[in-house]
Design a protein. Structure first.
Length: 181
């Protein structure tokens, strides 16, 4: 009987090893955890990554998420790790909101500690000066041209505390890609 159990265990181990070499590609859903690699979505450029991985806990004030469901709102983390941009529009489009489908270029800018004096400045591709300025928090980000825009968040009295995002803006009239199925 002992030999039978060992044979069954050995056979099971061989099946597991054989099956592990024949598995399909990993699921496109993002896994949370420190070693999970976030799925990269359209919308980021230069050094900014847009993802649907679960955002940092400090950035979730006001959000409710049913337990066990994946996060589905695209977001990016700015330089320094103290700022997050939630992209309700999935990806920005040049021109005025609302778009043909009724959506807007809505972005929620969140900074750790919620400073009251948050300002967002948008610098167009190839420029060094901001041509777009809005108070932080939820805002409509209607910029005039397409390309990789730099958004600088500033929140200290001296303008020394801040974070930078690089977000791709699609040409006017373009529709952002729909959410993944």
């Amino acid at each position: 009987m002992h030999k039978t159990i060992l044979r069954i265990a050995a056979f099971t181990a061989l099946l597991i090893l054989a099956a592990s070499g024949c598995t399909s590609a990993p699921s496109p859903q993002v896994q949370s955890g420190p070693t999970a690699k976030p799925q990269v979505l359209a919308g980021g450029c230069a050094t900014t990554v847009v993802t649907e991985a679960e955002p940092p806990a400090w950035a979730l004030g006001g959000f409710t998420q049913p337990t066990g469901t994946p996060w589905t709102l695209p977001w990016a983390q700015g330089t320094g790790g103290d700022a997050v941009a939630f992209l309700f529009a999935r990806q920005l489009v040049a021109g005025a909101s609302p778009r043909v489908d009724g959506t807007n270029n809505k972005v929620l800018w969140v900074v750790k500690g919620n400073p009251s004096n948050l300002v967002v400045e948008g610098v167009p591709p190839g420029a060094t000066q901001a041509t777009f300025t809005v108070n932080g928090g939820p805002s409509i980000v209607d910029v005039p041209t397409a390309g990789c825009w730099t958004f600088q968040l500033k929140w200290s009295q001296a303008g020394t505390a801040g974070s930078t995002f690089h977000l791709d803006v699609l040409p006017a009239g373009t529709m952002p890609p729909p959410p993944a199925a």
